[in-house]
Design a protein around this ligand. Structure first.
Ligand code: GDP
Length: 296
């Protein structure tokens, strides 16, 4: 998992804390310094680290902790709580529109995993006994429509595509009409990405948003892209107001700390985590479980 380095560093710090019967202020300061370095090394955004460490220090230096019989355990619990809250606190489930069809729009940079995630989500939603349509709105990447069609077959979900039409906004409108006429419960729009954020892409997404009025706009973030993940999340959120995030490639082996910062920076929940290339590799994101996984 992307957090292995962070995990082993934090565990080392915790081992030291647990090894001591009593803790002094100095011990706690030393531990928080180590935690800070571990987070920064794991690529967690520095602003996020700063406020995280401040919270830990304030709580851990509280008289109750130092006086308690198991101060080390208390500090570990505080770190666990704060890490959970940094990743959004309570898990947020994908909700469906109470009246009629639910419209999901997947956005993100090229290669972030949108098309794969569209398939994973279709499989997940189908399991909830809903009829799902996938709509192929990426007209720029030559193989994108074909890729979605292949994925649609694998998860047994219909794909709306129009290879003649070059305007993604028109395709989106047609797909929405088709979905309504055929009584789909959920339609997932797979949109185009670019290698970097640009105005044209954002304008196109704004147009699609206007024409299909999504219930949820979900940003796919590649967990292995480092600090860029934070900029991407901030920009997309400013321009098209996200409802949530899916962190993809959390099964990777590079530092994934930046991805952890995304919930904190945007204030938007992490709904799911992509844990592999297979279409079953999608997990609901539970901040508390992820914190426990990281802290070991
Ligand atoms: P798009 O350009 O945003 O539509 O991205 P794709 O869906 O084409 O995905 C880009 C690459 O990332 C593909 O090779 C996918 O198999 C891979 N990918 C997507 N999600 C995951 C994931 O959660 N884990 C791993 N390991 N690979 C993923």
């Amino acid at each position: 998992m992307v957090f292995e380095g962070l995990s082993s560093k934090l565990q080392d710090t915790f081992k030291k804390l647990k090894g001591k019967g009593k803790l002094t202020e100095k011990d706690i300061k030393e531990a928080t310094r180590e935690i800070k370095l571990a987070l920064l090394e794991a690529d967690v955004n520095f602003k996020v680290v700063k406020s995280f460490v401040k919270n830990i220090n304030e709580r851990a230096l509280g008289a109750d902790v130092l006086k308690s019989l198991t101060p080390g355990q208390q500090v570990i619990k505080i770190v666990n709580d704060e890490l959970t809250s940094l990743m959004g606190g309570q898990p947020v489930k994908l909700t469906y529109s109470p009246k009629g069809m639910t419209v999901l729009m997947l956005v993100g940079l090229q290669g972030a995993g949108k098309t794969t995630t569209a398939g994973k989500l279709a499989a997940y939603i189908k399991k909830e006994s809903k009829k799902v349509l996938l709509a192929a709105c990426d007209v720029y990447r030559p193989a994108a429509i074909k890729q979605l069609q292949v994925i649609g077959k694998q998860v047994d979900a219909e794909v709306f595509a129009d290879t003649e039409e070059k305007n993604p906004v028109v395709i989106a409108e047609k797909a929405l009409k088709y979905a309504k006429e055929h009584f789909y419960d959920v339609v997932i729009f797979d949109t185009a990405g670019r290698l970097h954020i640009d105005e044209a892409l954002m304008d196109e997404l704004v147009q699609i948003k206007k024409s299909v009025t999504p219930d949820h706009i979900i940003l796919n973030i590649d967990s292995m892209t480092g600090q860029e993940a934070v900029n991407v999340a901030e920009t997309f959120n400013e321009k098209i107001s996200l409802s949530g995030v899916i962190l993809t490639k959390l099964d990777g082996d590079t530092r994934g700390g930046a991805a952890l910062s995304v919930a904190s920076v945007t204030g938007k929940p992490i709904l799911f985590a992509g844990m592999g290339e297979k279409l079953t590799d999608l997990e609901i994101f539970y901040p508390d479980r992820m914190a426990s996984r990281i802290l070991g």
